[in-house]
Design a protein around this ligand. Sequence first.
Ligand code: SF4
Ligand code: SF4
Length: 325
Amino acid sequence: MEGCVLITDIARFSVNDGPGFRTNVFLKGCPLRCAWCHNPETISAGPQLYWKRRLCVQCGACLDACPRGAIRPPVSPELGRDPDSPCRKIDRTKCDLCMECVKACRYDALQVVGKPMSASEILDEVERDRPFYDNSGGGMTLSGGEPTAHPAFSRELLAGARERGLHTCLDTNGFCGFEVLEELCGLADIVLFDLKHLDPVRHFEKTGARNEQILDNLMRLSRVHPGIWIRIPVIPDFNDDFAFHRRAAAFIASLGGSVGRVDLLPYHNWCQDKYDWLGTDWAYRDVEALDPSFLELHAGIYRETGLGVTIGGSGFEETQTAHGP
Ligand code: SF4
Ligand code: SF4
């Protein structure tokens, strides 16, 4: 087993990440740097430290516990809780993530992000909801972060799920060697494949990587895997224009019958707290969430091309297929 993969969450009862009720396993670590990322705690593969200002009573116990002098002195609780105040509890340039402050905090205001778990521990947790999977056609969705960044661990987890008779989905950005992708997808009943942009320069500008390998992987995968769902995060001023979606629909339709549907995922900013807890900023802080109804016309482009489509990842009617009803 791969030594030190960390988990940020095991989220139960998802209905947006594959068929039926899903339990989503979020691995830490991703090679892309999407500017709009709504799971910023999964980008780094290592442990991180949350400071939740709303829980902090400014007692000062963490100040005494920190061996690195990385904790700032208490201020008034009112000032500390005010999100517009300049108060930042941790000087992250000094912090070495020893987590002594977490042990000292009695209010859960300081928390470690990233829990080491073995594949069997994760699967035991996932299996708790087996009755719901059986009734809904659900199962486990392996997500992140990026599962292909941890090939050995992801292989063990997906193979273990198969051995236990669990339905499996793999959520991937496709940015890896094809051999890794093909092997892991071979252990997944459905592949949720992210498509962000078709233009390599625009892709690089917002994710830190060009997309040639991703698109090539998708084309190759569509020839060998029978169950691919394309997921497009629709981001304001990046890929929310009709011209992009017309090109994307034509490209996806050209992949053939292995693509079961397209999910348009409207940009949201519900992750704002996570950025604050990590003490980082993001380029989309002041960008308003997209109303899902805004994507009805976009969805129409895919329907006209004969592709089944959802807005948000749920509500797919089985009469929709990749190439029309
Ligand atoms: S120990 Fe916890 S509650 Fe007390 S000042 Fe530190 S973070 Fe805030
Ligand atoms: S993790 Fe360690 S170094 Fe960082 S602030 Fe906490 S006690 Fe200090």
